[in-house]
Design a protein around this ligand. Structure first.
Ligand SMILES: NC(=O)c1ccc[n+]([C@@H]2O[C@H](COP(=O)([O-])OP(=O)(O)OC[C@H]3O[C@@H](n4cnc5c(N)ncnc54)[C@H](O)[C@@H]3O)[C@@H](O)[C@H]2O)c1
Length: 355
């Protein structure tokens, strides 16, 4: 049975929407066909997701537009290709875009929807763990620029999010830890009970037991909704989600993106927990607990020695969270609680992490 988490976003316009968790792709399809009866409907997906699930959507009510799988598709060329296709297929202001895939598709299709004819509605159907717990919720959509990731984007909320946890069965082994790193992050910064659950149930979760996965995905959606609700445009509290990401992004960049996002964030979380400890904010036991949990899910905790601390810290300067020569960190106060906007100079971070 499915359950619903509502994201309330009532500003000048009402951008609220439902996240339906535990539905099936077929049911989502029926709901969309009903709710958007008069709209022409375009599914944007990637080659891998299409090969697994394209058959379900092979229906005359939906047009499928497919792009190659992978981060490279989150670029201007692919965005143009999709816009050209939409125009040639006579999409108009009443059309609907459905993003079916992982975070790449969600970000790309959402960004196309945000600007096509000054914005048309879109729906997210996330199919990776990362997209189900994180990227499909909150309305951050973007494409990459050769100078950096996500440099061209918008805040643009979907009309609905449908999560079929069954799609995680076909997710390749190497993709699962990317999502788990984010799930562990939610526990570490916001919810000790989630953290405890992840500790106790790692065997079932790693086997992708559907009821455990549904439970943690629902909890993560609730937590993300709570944050987005209070800070839709990332001016304050939403930065809490950056825990592990300042050092993590630096590791990703230094490795030329050969180290996966989840692995880099895991190492980043441990480094930032060490920083929290050095600043007297947490106990050493908290670092140990966090490290053990990450390792239980097959995530690395030690930054490769080929990256020096100096190189790493210089790379944090490319992050968007820099303010007047200081880097803003989200640090831990204890497991389940974090503090945003801790401003530290490179020298301070170097001294603390060198100990
Ligand atoms: N908008 C946000 O708030 C936000 C947050 C975090 C990350 N992101 C973005 O998300 C992207 C990463 O997302 P991702 O990790 O989901 O990667 P992804 O979309 O590239 O998916 C990973 C791989 O899994 C395949 N795949 C997807 N679902 C599948 C399924 N059910 N079965 C089999 N294969 C499947 C894809 O084809 C791809 O090869 C990055 O571009 C990142 O910047 C955005």
């Amino acid at each position: 049975m499915s359950s619903t988490v509502r994201v309330h976003l009532k500003g000048v316009v009402d951008n609220s929407y439902d996240i339906v968790i535990g539905t099936s792709l077929r049911q989502a399809l029926r709901d969309i066909a009903n709710d958007f009866r008069d709209a022409s409907k375009f599914i944007i997906t990637d080659s891998n997701v299409k090969s697994h699930y394209g058959g379900i959507f092979n229906n005359k009510l939906f047009r499928i537009l497919t792009v190659p799988a992978g981060e490279r598709s989150k670029d201007r060329k692919t965005k143009e290709y999709l816009e050209d296709r939409l125009l040639s297929l006579r999409a108009d202001r009443n059309s609907l875009i459905i993003a079916l895939g992982g975070g790449v598709i969600g970000d790309l299709a959402g960004f196309v929807a945000a600007t096509f004819m000054r914005g048309i509605p879109y729906i997210q159907i996330p199919t990776t763990l990362l997209a189900q717990v994180d990227s499909s919720i909150g309305g951050k959509v973007a494409i990459n620029h050769p100078l950096g990731k996500n440099l061209i984007g918008a805040f643009y909320q979907p009309k609905k999010v449908y999560i079929d946890t069954g799609t995680l069965k076909t997710l390749p082994e190497k993709e699962f830890p990317n999502g788990m790193a984010e799930v562990i992050k939610y526990g570490a910064i916001l919810d000790i009970q989630l953290f405890n659950f992840l500790e106790k149930n790692h065997k079932q979760i790693l086997k992708r037991d559907r009821s455990s996965l549904t439970r943690i995905i629902k909890r993560c959606c609730q937590l993300k909704k709570m944050i987005v609700h209070q800070d839709e445009r990332e001016t304050g509290l939403r930065r809490i989600l950056n825990f592990g990401h300042t050092v993590g992004h630096a590791i990703e960049a230094l490795s030329n993106y050969r180290i996966g996002h989840g692995e880099a964030i895991a190492m980043g979380m441990v480094a930032e927990a060490k920083l929290s400890y050095a600043l007297g904010m947490i106990n050493y036991d908290d670092i140990t607990r966090l490290s053990r949990l990450l390792q239980a899910y097959g995530l690395p905790i030690t930054i490769p020695s080929r990256f020096t601390l100096k190189q790493l810290l210089r790379a944090t300067l490319h992050d968007k969270k820099i303010k007047q020569g200081t880097v803003q960190y989200t640090l831990l106060e204890k497991i389940g609680k974090a503090k945003v906007g801790v401003q530290l100079t490179l020298k301070e971070v170097e001294q603390h992490l060198n100990r």
